[in-house]
Design a protein around this ligand. Structure first.
Ligand SMILES: [Fe+2]
Length: 475
């Protein structure tokens, strides 16, 4: 019987005599033993100390009994896989259902009888070892060869034998082995043909295969690799060589799989971190936009509405998702320069003097100054800089015309004008939709790029109930 010296068993029992008895037997048999006297202490130990290979858990305990303790263990992700035996002075049958539900491996009766407990514990570890072994499928039409391979491999691996292609495909449809050893020469379907059948099975398209062959000619050797096998083993077998080759192939394969899953894990982490940064950037920009809007009491929510209209125009104009996202950001900040305009001018309800109007007109340049340090988004200042340019060249601050004005700013200019006219102000009601439409038509080709003015007109016409302005447009 194998002794599992490296295994640690946690005994959980409120009865100290029972603990001492079980501990004595397990220590004598070479196990390491840890003991606690309550369900709470058991959970605490598993969560904070760990390193336990098996828990012997008494069912009848005060406060948290064994069943409640195990329910909590199974519900706690980090320790949910703990291997557990129930200890009980009662009939096992009373607890069979709950044991099945909570994935209990076995029962041990109290008072503990040493040989029976050891037999069950040893068997649990032996089963676990078998479960974690690699499985090798050996395919050969020669029964003697199969027996030989089984004899060679079974002390280290789980071995499945198949004598022809039908047995091979049947066994692969039930279980995916870690490796297939495949004879080249077989009657009916040879090894190469069988491999191509195996590759057609979805779960086996990358299954590691090693050919077994008595041929030593160069042609077979080349074909083995060309057909996608990892290696070949020469018959008659030299057991030491076969075992060493298989060991190497499997450990290389594990490294490869680990590497792939590590790459996947890191990629997912990076993607998550990129997504978080994106959300953070958007939140920061939205906060800035709210700060702009809070400063100008007449235009509450203006920046976010202009951002939504701009994105909708871009969408309808057939721009890419990336473009739509970019214009949304840029438009949110188009009026950021207003932060630098004195409140008494910005919020003045009577007519502005020429001098005050000139001050207001500085907000695009102030916006550029504020945004110039955001180097990661080079276009971020385009909206702030150019949204008051006009298509006919009569705008400010640069007096650009037509396509000299960056396209994003031409779109924002239409969205900005629409919102200025369609939103309620504390000193006036919103203009009627027909009046807004008329102004856009008048500005088409003069104030606005005709292409985007047309898109806005279509948006107005689609908005039969004039709802778009009241956050009817959800983006
Ligand atoms: Fe503006």
């Amino acid at each position: 019987m194998t002794i599992y010296h490296n295994k640690t068993i946690l005994i959980v029992d409120d009865d100290r005599i029972s603990i001492k008895l079980a501990e004595f037997v397990l220590l004598k048999d070479g196990y390491s033993v840890v003991t606690v006297e309550s369900g709470e202490a058991c959970i605490d130990y598993l969560k904070n100390r760990g390193g336990i290979d098996l828990v012997l858990l008494d069912i009848e305990m005060p406060r948290l009994n064994g069943i409640e303790t195990l329910e909590k263990i199974r519900a706690e992700k980090s320790i949910a896989d703990t291997r557990v035996f129930f200890l009980t002075g009662n009939e096992f049958s009373r607890y069979e259902d709950v044991a099945r539900r909570l994935n209990v491996l076995d029962f041990i009766s109290k008072p503990v009888y040493g040989p029976e407990m050891l037999e069950r514990v040893n068997k649990a570890f032996a089963d676990a070892e078998t479960d974690s072994r690699d499985t090798i499928l050996v395919v050969d039409d020669d029964r003697m060869n199969l027996k030989l391979a089984e004899h060679m491999l079974s002390s280290t691996y789980n071995v499945i034998l198949a004598q022809d292609y039908q047995e091979t495909l049947n066994s692969l449809s039930m279980e995916r082995p870690s490796l297939v050893l495949l004879d080249v020469h077989m009657p009916g379907m040879n090894g190469f043909e069988l491999l191509s059948e195996i590759r057609k099975m979805k779960a086996c398209s990358d299954l590691p295969v090693v050919f077994l062959t008595a041929d030593s000619d160069r042609e077979t050797e080349v074909r083995v690799f060309r057909e996608g096998a990892l290696d070949y083993i020469q018959k008659p077998f030299v057991p030491e060589v076969v075992l060493e080759r298989i060991k190497r192939i499997l450990s290389l394969r594990k490294l490869q799989v680990n590497l792939e899953s590590e790459v996947e894990r890191r990629t997912a982490e990076l993607e998550e971190s990129r997504r978080k940064h994106e959300i953070l950037s958007l939140q920061v920009v939205k906060t800035l936009a709210s700060a702009i809007d809070a400063k100008d009491r007449y235009t509450n929510g203006h920046s976010s509405r202009v951002a939504k209209y701009s994105k909708e125009i871009a969408l309808r104009a057939g721009k890419s998702i990336e473009y739509q996202d970019e214009i949304y950001f840029v438009a949110l900040l188009h009026d950021i320069g207003k932060i630098g305009i004195p409140d008494n001018i910005l919020n003045k309800s009577s007519k502005l003097t020429d001098e005050e109007y000139e001050t207001i007109k500085q907000h695009p340049s102030i916006g550029v100054d504020i945004l110039k340090n955001i180097t990661e988004m080079p276009n971020i200042e385009i909206g702030a800089h150019f949204h008051h340019e006009r298509f006919d060249g009569k705008g400010y601050p640069e007096g650009l015309s037509g396509c000299e004005i960056p396209e994003i700013a031409r779109i924002i200019a239409v969205a900005d004008a629409y919102d200025a006219m369609s939103s309620r102000r504390s000193y006036r009601a919103a203009l009627p939709q027909s009046a807004v439409r008329e102004e856009i038509v008048k500005g088409r080709g003069h104030q606005f790029d005709p292409t985007f003015a047309d898109v806005m007109l279509k948006m107005i016409d689609d908005d039969v109930r004039y709802e778009m302005r009241d956050d009817g447009l959800t983006l």
